[in-house]
Write a protein that binds this ligand. Structure first.
Ligand SMILES: Nc1ccn([C@@H]2O[C@H](COP(=O)(O)OP(=O)(O)OP(=O)(O)O)[C@@H](O)[C@H]2O)c(=O)n1
Ligand SMILES: C[C@](O)(CO)[C@H](O)COP(=O)(O)O
Length: 399
């Protein structure tokens, strides 16, 4: 591995997808499969992989809005660069952008291959880490015929492979190879391994995956859609998390509950705004993907969270869930207090949560109960909250 151990990813997405037909439906990388844009599935495969750092996507200048919408859940992690007239040029422009802060390795991937799995990515990373190019490929299984003027000629398929992506390379070497190809006016390379070969860089084959097919023709898009819907409908991976939190009262004039400021004769004590409902919900969301708890991400010892609006914590937990491909199905919070009364603020709280989580109001429930004057809550020494969140993750439930 080179000095910088970051593994960055370039996703090329600036093509027009002419072979996919139906131009009125827009470029194929933004069409919907399994209910979401192709490129969102592709980005998730890398954003959810523990070894991957920055992700840069080469997009077409006409697609900025489509891209921002498709990549919204990874804002901050994924950036875009305007691509060029060919796949080769789009890749070079993205590599140049990365070169301002060069990673050690780069994986270069087609936006229209949404099924690259973690093991495939690992194989490519392992081979590229040894200082060479890594090309995932599958041995050709059909008999090959070349249509010549003089008739058909059978081509020996022995040793022939169909190339896939992601292709992995030491960053400095593939950038230099691309720049050299550009300088010599070569614009005909259809993948990066062929540029590496042309530049004399060694490239090693690693096993590709039959699932990692490229969406080229309308039939490929239909097959990808069917595959995702089949997996989703068979055994959806629905997970539930719970969270509990308590904050004590101290002198003050208002409390924050579920994102709403409520005038009161005291306030809740805490490092942040002490919004007990949002803290319980943050833990519930993190619990659905084993991502620790609120203290893991926002240590109370860190001064930057003093007085912070707890909305930040919920939005962060929701972004972790989404980065792992999760879709929040519902959130349910119970506030346990003798006062203030929650009922008059329920609609405002629901609206706040709907905006924080990006889900509709009918997927949010906010309930309140007193503690029948029993215990610390009954003595009005503090407020407790219990939250439950359900999240549907991609794929099906493991057997
Ligand atoms: N100027 C280009 C052309 C292609 N690509 C990307 O390269 C990948 C593989 O190319 P391909 O399947 O050939 O896509 P298109 O060029 O869009 O398709 P077509 O050749 O059918 O027009 C795609 O993710 C595509 O968006 C790119 O970034 N910039
Ligand atoms: C890079 C690639 O996916 C390897 O199979 C492929 O060459 C790109 O698609 P294109 O149809 O050749 O542009």
């Amino acid at each position: 591995m080179t000095e910088n151990s970051e593994i960055a990813v370039v996703i090329v997405a600036a093509g027009r997808g002419e072979r996919a037909g139906s131009p009125e439906a827009g470029p194929k990388q933004y069409r919907t499969i399994g209910g979401e844009p192709v490129i969102r599935h592709t980005i998730r495969r890398f954003a959810g992989h523990p070894s991957i750092g920055r992700i840069i996507v080469a997009i077409h200048g006409d697609d900025i809005g489509l891209f921002e919408d498709a990549a919204a859940e990874h804002r901050g992690r994924v950036s875009a660069v305007i691509g060029g007239a060919s796949r080769q040029e789009s890749t070079l422009l993205a590599l140049r952008k990365l070169s301002a802060d060069p990673p050690g390795l780069v994986l270069i991937h087609d936006a229209v291959r949404p099924f690259a799995d973690g093991e495939l990515i690992d194989r490519v990373v392992r081979a590229a880490s040894e200082g060479q190019g890594a090309l995932p490929a599958l041995a050709v299984t059909d008999t090959l015929k070349k249509d010549m003027v003089e008739g058909l000629v059978t081509v020996d398929r022995n040793g022939l492979h169909a190339a896939q992506t992601p292709q992995g390379f030491p960053f400095a070497q593939i950038l230099a190879a691309h720049e050299a190809a550009h300088r010599s006016g070569r614009t005909d390379f259809t993948d990066d391994a062929s540029i590496a070969e042309w530049a004399g860089l060694p490239v090693r084959l690693v096993l590709g995956s039959p699932d990692n097919f490229k969406l080229t023709y309308p039939r490929d898009l239909a097959m990808a859609d069917e595959k995702l819907n089949r997996d989703r409908l068979a055994f959806p991976d629905v997970r539930t998390g719970n969270g509990y939190d308590v904050h004590a009262f101290e002198p003050g004039d208002a409390v924050f509950l579920c994102g709403v400021r409520i005038a009161h004769d005291r306030r809740l004590s805490g490092h942040s705004d002490a919004d007990v409902g949002l803290h319980a919900l943050t833990d519930a969301l993190l619990a659905t993907c084993g991502a620790g708890d609120i203290g893991t991400h926002f240590p109370p010892s860190d001064p930057q969270w003093r007085g912070a609006a707890s909305r930040i914590f919920v939005e962060h937990a929701a972004s972790i869930v989404r980065a792992r491909g999760g879709r929040i199905a519902n959130a349910d919070i119970t506030l346990i207090c003798e006062a203030p009364r929650v009922g008059p603020h329920r609609a405002a709280m629901t609206a706040e949560l709907s905006s924080m989580l990006g889900i509709s109001a009918d997927r949010i429930s906010i309930k309140a109960t007193t503690n029948e004057r029993l215990g610390f809550i009954g003595r009005e020494e503090g407020i407790a909250a219990i939250a439950t969140a359900s999240v549907v993750y991609p794929g099906s439930l493991p057997e």
